[in-house]
Design a protein around this ligand. Sequence first.
Ligand SMILES: [Zn+2]
Length: 122
Amino acid sequence: MSIDKETKEIIEKLLLRGNTLLGETCPVCGFPLIYIKDIGLKFCPKCKKYVITSEADLEKARSLGMKEDDMILTIEKKESKRREPPKDAIGELIYEILKLVRQGKYDEALIVAQIVKILSSI
Ligand SMILES: [Zn+2]
């Protein structure tokens, strides 16, 4: 991987200040990250952005006044944040099942029923 002059200078500056090069790499460009000890965040010298990997990192970055544009967010969404399907969608599908059953299309009805099952278990 080639390093451009600007990136190289940033790395040198950061390392001279006692920050450490990490084994982790940037999820965007694959460049090794630098741990900025003063603020406790990981920084990609190539993207010139902070890589946020946890809720704690995000809080830290926000408290430092960083905007999401200055960060690369890799936090996995929590289960509770999963989007619920709109209730109307399930209602419509159930109506569809009834319609299919009335038409004698049992196989199709079964498939739609499985979709409803999946949707309602999310
Ligand atoms: Zn990067």
